[in-house]
Design a protein around this ligand. Sequence first.
Ligand code: AMP
Ligand code: MG
Length: 486
Amino acid sequence: MSAFGFDHSYARELPGASVAWKPAPVPAPRLLFLNDALARELGLDLGALSPDAAAALFAGQDLPPGSRPIAQAYAGHQFGGFSPQLGDGRALLLGEIDRNGRRRDLAFKGSGRTPFSRGGDGKAAIGPMLREVLIGEAMHALGIPTTRALAVAATGEPVYRERPLPGAVLTRVAASHLRVGTFQFFASRGDLEALRRLVDYTIARHDPELAGTPDAPLALLRAVARRQAALIAQWMNVGFIHGVMNTDNMTISGETIDYGPCAFMEGYDPAAVFSSIDHGGRYAYGNQPNIARWNLARFAEALLPLLADADDEAAVQRVVAQAMEVIDAFPAWYEAELLRGQRAKLGLADAQEGDAALAADWLALLHAQRADFTLAWRALADAAEGREAPLRSLLAEPASADAWLARWRERSAHDAARLRAANPRIVPRNQRVEEALAAATEGDLAPFEQLLAALRKPFDDAPELAPYAEPAPAEITAGYQTFCGT
Ligand code: AMP
Ligand code: MG
C-alpha cells in the first residue's frame, strides 16, 4: 500500500493534549467519494488501491500505514457558554503529512466513540459528511481558506438520529486542528506549562517568523486576528453563514472548519440565520464579524496567564491593555479586508474615498429589494456590458437601481471579465445541497456528483450549469432550516 509518510508532531510535542485511540470497526465499508486532486496534492498514490482496500482504509477499518490515531482534547464556548472539556467526540487525528513545505492533518470524522464523546454516539451520517465535501470544495474553488474532504466512506451501519440513517466516515485535511478551544482547554485548567508548549508548537507550525519574539503569545493573537479578519470578510463577500461559530470551531490557521448548520444566503438580509438551534440569531450572517471578535477576546483571555504573573497587578493591567489593543483593532482590520473584497466585486481597480459608501449603498439596495445576493453581484458584469436587465429582474422595483448604477458608472469604467472573476455565479444553493444529500442518503450519488462538479466551477458561465445558479423559489427559501449535531 502507498506510504502516507505520516509524522505525529502533535502527539509528540504536546503530551496531555490528546489520547491515543482507535476507530470503531464497521460492518461494510464502501467508498462514496475520493478527492483525486487533493490526494495528488498530498503526494498520495491512491490509484494503486483497489476499491475495497480504499473503502476499508477510509472507513477506519484498515488504518493507513504509519497512522497513530489520537483524539484531541479541547474546550470551548458554545453559544456563549463555556464547556471546559469538549474534544474529539467523533474524530481522530491520523497524523500529519508534509508536502511542498506545507504540513497538513489527516483526520477521521464519524469514526466512533472516544473518551470525549460525552453522550454522543461518535458516528456520522452520509448526508452531513457529503455536505462537508460539497461546501469545502465550493469554498476552495471560491478561493476561501478551508479544511477539505479527502474521502467519504459509507460504513454499512445505521446511525440513529430522528430516524436511522446510513453511516459514513469523512477523512478531513486541515492545515491543523488547532482551535481557540485548544488554548482554552489548558488555560481553564491552569496548566501554564502545557499552554506555553502549545503556543510554541502553534507558532512553529503557523507563524514560524514569530518564534523567539518577545511577547510571542501577543504576536500570535495578532496573527490569528488578522487571519480571521481576512477569512470572515471572505465569508461575508460570498454570503456564507457558518451557523455555529463556537470557539472550538474557530481555527488558529484561519481555515473554515466544521460545515454543520452552515448555509449560503439567497436574498440579501444581514439578519439571515438558518440554524434551527440559533434562536437568538447569535450566529446570523451580519453578526459574524462581532462573533469573531468575541471569540478572539476569549483567545486573548486564554493567553493572558502566559504574558503576566497573575499576582503582579501592574503587569496584568499592561498586558490586558495590549491584548485589548488587538481586539479593538479587529473591526478595522475586518472592514479593510471586506472593502478590499468589495472593491474587486465592484470592479474597482484603485481605492477611492467613497468606495465603502458605494458598497454599503449597494447592499442597502439589495436588502430593500430582497435581491438574490449572488446573482445581483454577478449581474454587475452584465451591467458593465450595458445590459442592465439581468440586474433589474432581480429587484422588486427595477427602477430602484438607477441612481446607484449611475454613481457606479461615474466612479470608474468596469471590465466585465474582471467582474465575472470576482463574483461567483455558482455557490452551494441550499435547495440543491439538500436534494443531493437526500438522494445520496437513498443510495443515488448522481445528483451529489453533478452538484460537486458545478461547485468546482463557480465562475463559469456554461449554460448547462444554469440549474445550479438559480435561487430556490421563495416559498422554499423562506422556511429553510439547517440542523446541528449532525
Ligand atoms: P460541533 O458543534 O459539531 O463542532 O461539535 C461540538 C462537540 O460535540 C465536539 O466535541 C464534537 O466532537 C462533539 N460531537 C458532535 N457530534 C458528536 C457525536 N455524534 N458523538 C460524539 N461527539 C459528538
Ligand atoms: Mg467542531
